[in-house]
Design a protein around this ligand. Sequence first.
Ligand code: HEC
Length: 145
Amino acid sequence: MRNSLIILLFAVALWMCGTGQSGEKTDRATSIKTQQYQIQGEKLYAKYCAQCHQANGEGLASLYPPLNKSDYLMKDLARSACVIKNGAVEEMVVNGKTYNQMMPPNPQLTPLEIAEIMTYITTSWDNKGKLVDVKDVEKWLKMCE
Ligand code: HEC
């Protein structure tokens, strides 16, 4: 009886060690992946987005809406992925301000590139987002093909 209790305790201890380690491993893997996405995303942002939304994400006057602290961007990431891919022509309200210029579509961007850009813009400046995974972007884009 006593022996089996010791074995049981030992097994529980081993199990706890095991889950602790794999948990840490996933955290580390996620943070490496997030950094990779951010680095790629920053380059893509400079190439495809910064001329309008500006390097600091503040947008430009009443022409281009901000991405920094944008309620529109963060509220519905699926909708934002679709705007990035397909552009936008309708009037939209961002942080209480109405914008109605056209945003051109980006048919050349792959789901991975969109995920990288989205990770970059939702975790940069004052934005406090997290990794936007390519798997989610693929799913979201199907809703606006
Ligand atoms: C030619 C200028 C231009 C470029 C380039 C551009 N955008 Fe936009 N973007 C706009 C305009 C204008 C709107 C508002 C559209 C409307 O009113 O329908 C907008 C809206 C948005 C929105 C939703 C509103 C907000 O501010 O949260 C997001 C997100 C966005 N753009 C991200 C991007 C990303 C990411 C890129 C690069 C892949 C990009 N845009 C490239 C002009 C641009």
